[in-house]
Ligand binder design. Sequence first.
Ligand code: FAD
Ligand code: UDP
Length: 372
Amino acid sequence: MQKKYDYLIVGSGLYGAVFAYEMNKAGKRCLVIDKRNHAGGNTYCENVDGINVHNYGAHIFHTNDEFIWKFVNRFVPFNRYTNSPLACYKGKMYNLPFNMNTFYQLWGVTTPTEALEKIREQTLPFTKQQPKNLEEQALMLLGDDIYSRLIKGYTEKQWGRPACELPASIIKRLPLRLTYDNNYFDDKYQGVPVGGYNALISGLLQGIELRINTDYFSHRSALHEVADKIVFTGSIDRFFDYRLGRLEYRSLRFEHERKQIKNFQGNAVINYTEREVPYTRIIEHKHFEFGDQPHTVITKEFPMNFKDEAEPYYPINDEKNNRLYKKYKSMADDVPNVIFGGRLGCYQYYDMHQVIGASLKAAALESFRHVY
Ligand code: FAD
Ligand code: UDP
């Protein structure tokens, strides 16, 4: 007997929403479920008196891929917001990412030649080794002044372990420039949806059945009965009932605060890089959309261990976890009719554009399979 849906999509974040959009367009019947009380996954925004609050942390869209940029702009216009966070260390402000402004603030150097000379001097004691972890990578690239003021404290509170036990790949996300350019990303396209990310998600999910407050694991067998195929964007280890052991994640606690002041910190993102400050950053949401309201909303981000009811926001892609993920991945490859996707389904530190790209690819492959 024909089942009611072609696809059950577990998770209404960007991976699930893009997949549902593409398959719905191809004439397939999709049901999207989410355990949260809203759609959109971590991109979800809550409108607080006209300010779109990024409920799960600052989300700035960036990509080099013109197709992906045009794809998202089909659903909602994006503004020209450029992420230029600042770092506060012991009351002193530094520009990020590491660029001529930062080098001037640290060392008083004003030209790229002087900056290079200073970086060379700073990195000299560390250049001989092949970096095996984040600490060695940072010291080799930038030296101790930058590492101890802007990286070590932030990194160790963010990830909850010493920087020498973290993979070097984490720090490779940040650009290093010899220009006076505070743009955090190197990508060609960047912005924030006008009116927040919900418009993007509702555009993607338009005309598609969505059930919120629905946890896959509470209705597993009933849900399997209604759909031919499943797209799973939750944690892959949970899908397999932790049979091979638990993957590690890092979680966060967000403290939102409405303030009766027009401008709290003068920038959307300020990082607090000292170990002693318990949060990693403060977000002032109105600046993502150049808001002019008489009030403001800020969010402090407190990193925390992942356990019990906490949300698994970040995969910890060190060797041990990647090895375990590989084993889960090969189990996943043997499960017929289930596609694993997204940050949690693939246990990868993906940004939004990467999740969208992967989802478009998976949907294209599915459509190809239906034709041949
Ligand atoms: P998610 O958005 O996590 O969606 C997964 C969904 O599945 C969730 O809604 C969840 O409730 C649901 N789900 C899970 N398990 C179940 C279940 N058992 N039953 C039902 N539903 C379930 N990327 C950028 O490009 N730029 C940024 O500036 C940026 N900032 C970020 C800041 C923070 C603090 C974090 C945590 C991430 C940031 N990202 C950023 C990454 C971005 O959030 C992800 O790349 C993207 O949202 C992942 O989409 P997804 O669909 O894979 O997962
Ligand atoms: N990082 C840091 N100092 C900063 C900002 C970032 O040391 O002021 C390091 C830290 O290890 C962090 C990583 O760079 O986890 C990646 O930073 P990004 O801003 O990309 O983190 P995300 O937005 O994904 O939390």
